[in-house]
Design a protein around this ligand. Structure first.
Ligand SMILES: Cc1cc2nc3c(=O)[nH]c(=O)nc-3n(C[C@H](O)[C@H](O)[C@H](O)COP(=O)(O)OP(=O)(O)OC[C@H]3O[C@@H](n4cnc5c(N)ncnc54)[C@H](O)[C@@H]3O)c2cc1C
Length: 812
């Protein structure tokens, strides 16, 4: 009999659904019901190859993968069911110098996150994998704690564990819909009846998009065919053979019953089920496509000559869900409260399954992500992700790039342009080389007339370095004009707007109209969920501006943290305003020539907002910058943006103004010490640790979300602090994730890195950790080195912004 009620209903009995059920029940929430339309494991899970790798570019996701491994090691003891887990290590090969640099950088990332990863010579690699030819190898890397497992066995062990802890798992029962009332989940429907519930978890694998649509929830993923070949046994293939990834030859390998599994990522992936997944597709495979697989075979044979004569048991073709950024999708959907998603696993769902189920269970029970999961957070998506053609194009591009070198500053090409500022054509005519963020085209840098505005990628200084340097200096010495139209912008209106924001903002927003406040919004752990500016427009209205990529996330955070009973309305006004930013010591002179409103420090001080008129247009001018110079953001009605921009640029000729891009902003903000959310600031870091104590109202009695955690942290003392480092060696390129050593001990990693064109040095920020406490004295007493691409370089630590013009200029 189907129950009529359960606290949490999980839909989908693959590895993700079973892992989520297991963890929820294990954490004490046994009122959990899992529904599987067919049989457990009958989706993508049953045909996975079973490689379990761990290294990702985010500490949080690497931690999540580590949880999987710990679970796969222990679950057999708990349930009596084996998982086939073996820690035989993982090898990665490099066939050219640039790939080797990538491996050296990955090894440093691994060290930063506490994973062992060794660089090997070609012969050392062959000692571990004797069947391979090493003629074209430059080097390799080895992660001893990687391994492989049997996907169906793990899933059935998790299912048994879930039942042992009290969860109910029902097969042959399809969920046909989700009911919601007042924007909150109330029930899951099936043909056998309705199950009232508080929360639903969509773990439907490649069905997750269609199932999400039934409740108006967007889960941007598409199915792609993925093939691997299973051979008969091959002499010399031992059961402890490490997994092998050969990215320059687009292929991967693992041992299976004395033979090899060999698969890969072709540049021209084949879509599947474009018009919907056929009825009854369970334990099903697609037809083997030898013609398509041949390109991978041709790359594999020179590496593993033994494949030449061996018998092939099967060329397995299984569809799997892939996403537009290659990361999976986790968390509470912004569209419906109580609707959680765990889907889109991009062919690493077995590696992620244990950790993803745990994180999702903690998220559901705790009401917020348990640690920084931003790279996989469902709220990272925005407008382009609601367009299935865009999703498919971008997903195919990412699939094809699975094994290509991940270049620093690399941009994607598909689905562009998608969203354009009204200034797009003017900027293009001025030589803009555009990057893309959440579908928006944004100038990264401007090419001189005789230079093609195109990035050329490498691990050295890239072709745009000098042009960005010129833009940087223009902002420091004269004035630079930026198009920041893509900023996410919200209005919070209503009689309780002040009360609502006071509760969720760590800084004091109870200021007079006309004031702008820089603030963080914290979770219950004191971790930073949003980092934004709040401009008070009038008694009942606040204008909130945040980063382009954080539009969905921040809107969701703010709207779900208004305390019950308060009368406010939050609207997204991003499309209403263009933002033309005029930054630099001569910005005041420039603007004074096109507006009659006073711009002096008394009338228009730092951190204030005023309406001014330019070209007869009423413009919301905000005196704030992210570059550490005098400057104004001109929030201009979209329809008048070109007129205002034209006036600014024409007047700018007398002041040496030039258009500038986002890479100059990055260089400028690093010098000034401005932090960036999602790298320097995350839900795992508090403002006290991040050096933002000045923006927290702990001195007042005003209650706010996260306050208790900050008070406790202040009393206990900090065990990590964000610090600024520079490296003198001009050949060192800091990109983020480089390891920080203090007196020879590993103490953290860089959260961001880049180059400061005024100080002429590479700059990095990162948290220095020490369980016994980190204070100024501790930081000062250390001798620092940064590990960059597996080599260590001396570094200097700094306690003040590397460049701060405030004293000379802002008070002038
Ligand atoms: C060829 C291939 C090789 C792979 N190799 C690897 C690898 O080496 N390593 C690795 O980590 N990963 C690998 N993967 C990826 C891995 O298989 C998947 O990421 C993982 O299995 C996804 O699990 P899931 O639970 O999200 O989805 P699924 O296993 O597809 O489970 C979803 C379940 O939801 C059920 N369902 C759907 N709709 C409903 C509904 N309305 N009501 C009830 N139930 C519903 C389905 O029947 C299905 O059982 C590979 C995948 C393929 C295709």
């Amino acid at each position: 009999m189907l129950p009529t009620q359960a606290r949490i209903v999980i839909v989908g009995g693959g590895i993700i659904g079973c892992s989520t059920a297991y963890h929820l029940a294990k954490f004490g929430c046994s009122d959990v019901l899992l529904l599987e339309r067919a049989k457990l494991t009958s989706g993508s899970t049953h045909h996975a190859a079973g490689l379990v790798g761990q290294l990702r570019t985010s500490a949080g996701i690497t931690q999540l993968l580590g949880h999987s491994i710990a679970l796969y090691e222990s679950i057999e003891e708990e349930t009596g069911l084996a998982t086939g887990w073996k820690m035989n290590g993982g090898l990665r090969l490099a066939c050219n110098r640039q790939r080797m640099i990538e491996l050296e950088r990955q090894a440093t990332t691994a060290h930063s996150f506490g994973l062992e990863m060794h660089l090997l010579s070609p012969t050392e690699a062959r000692d571990l994998w004797p069947l391979m030819s090493i003629d074209d190898l430059v080097g390799a890397a080895f992660l001893p704690t990687d391994g492989q497992a049997n996907p169906s066995d793990i899933t059935l062990a998790l299912a048994k564990g879930a039942r042992m802890h009290g969860a109910a798992l029902i097969e042959d029962c399809e969920a046909t819909g989700v009911e919601a009332h007042d924007g909150r989940v109330t029930a899951v429907t099936t043909r056998e009846g309705r199950i009232a519930c508080e929360a639903v978890v969509n773990c439907c694998g490649q069905w997750a998009r269609e199932f999400g649509q039934l409740a108006g929830v967007n889960v941007p993923l598409v199915s792609v065919q993925h093939q691997y070949m299973i051979t008969q046994s091959i002499e010399g293939v031992k059961s402890d053979l490490p997994t092998l990834r050969d990215p320059d030859r687009l292929t991967y390998y693992k041992e299976e019953v004395g033979g090899l599994v060999m698969g890969g990522y072709e540049p021209n992936p084949l879509p599947w089920a474009v018009d919907g997944i056929p009825e009854g597709f369970s334990f099903s495979l697609l037809d083997s496509n030898w013609e398509h697989f041949e390109q991978l075979m041709a790359l594999a044979l020179p590496r593993v000559p033994a494949l030449e004569g061996v018998g092939v048991k099967q060329l397995l073709n299984g569809p799997e869900s892939f996403t537009p950024d290659g990361n999976f999708i986790l968390g509470e959907a912004p569209e419906v409260a109580g609707y959680y998603v765990g889907a889109g696993f991009n062919a690493f769902g077995i590696a992620s399954g244990g950790g993803a189920g745990k994180a999702l269970a903690e998220w559901i029970l705790g009401g917020e992500p348990p640690y920084d999961l931003w790279p996989v957070d469902i709220r990272r998506f925005g407008r382009p992700h609601g367009n299935i053609d865009w999703v498919r194009q971008r997903t195919h591009e990412m699939y094809g790039k699975h094994y290509t070198i991940a270049w620093p500053h690399e941009e994607n090409a598909s689905g562009r342009p998608f969203r354009r500022s009204p200034l797009y054509d003017d900027l293009k005519a001025a030589g803009a080389c555009f990057g893309e963020k959440l579908g928006w085209e944004r100038p990264n840098w401007f090419a001189p007339a005789d230079v093609t505005p195109e990035d050329s990628y490498s691990f050295e200084r890239q072709n745009w370095f000098a042009y960005v340097g010129n833009e940087h200096r223009a902002v420091r010495e004269r004035v630079g004009v930026f198009d920041q139209t893509s900023f996410a912008k919200f209005m919070l209106r209503g009689p309780d707007a002040e009360r609502a924001l006071s509760w969720m903002c760590a800084n004091d927003v109870t200021r007079d109209p006309g004031t702008v406040v820089y603030t963080q919004l914290l979770n219950s752990r004191g971790g930073i969920e949003c980092d934004l500016t709040v401009a008070r427009i009038d008694a009942h209205g606040y204008y909130i501006v945040t980063g382009t990529g954080f539009a969905s996330h921040d809107f969701h955070w703010i709207s779900t943290h208004v305390q019950p009973g308060l009368n406010v309305e939050l609207t997204d006004v991003t499309d209403d305003y263009s933002v033309i930013s005029v930054f630099g010591p001569r910005s005041r002179d420039l603007l004074a020539s096109i507006t009659t409103e006073p711009l002096d420090n008394n009338t228009f001080p730092f951190a204030s907002v005023r309406e001014i008129r330019i070209e007869g247009v009423s413009v919301r001018a905000v005196r704030i910058t992210y570059v550490g110079e005098l400057g104004w953001e001109l929030h201009t009605p979209v329809g008048s943006a070109r007129d205002v921009y034209g006036a600014v640029m024409a007047a700018g000729e007398d002041h040496g103004a030039i258009p500038c891009g986002y890479r100059a902003i990055e260089s400028l903000r690093l010098e000034k010490g401005y932090r960036a959310w999602s790298s320097d600031l995350t839900p795992d870091h508090t403002p006290l640790q991040a050096g933002l104590g000045f923006a927290v109202k702990l001195g007042s009695n005003s209650p706010f979300l996260g306050r208790e955690a900050l008070v406790a942290q202040r009393q206990a003392g900090l065990t990590r602090r964000l610090a600024c480092f520079t490296v003198d060696d001009q050949d060192v390129l800091l990109l983020g994730r480089e390891t920080i050593y203090r007196d020879g001990e590993r103490v953290g990693w860089l959260t961001s890195g880049g180059y400061g064109h005024t100080v002429d040095k590479s700059i990095g920020y990162g948290y220095v950790r020490n369980q016994a406490g980190v204070d100024r004295e501790y930081l000062q007493a250390g001798r620092y080195e940064l590990e960059v691409a597996s080599r260590r370089f001396p570094a200097d630590i700094h306690f003040a912004p590397l460049y701060d013009p405030r004293n000379e200029r802002l008070r002038s």
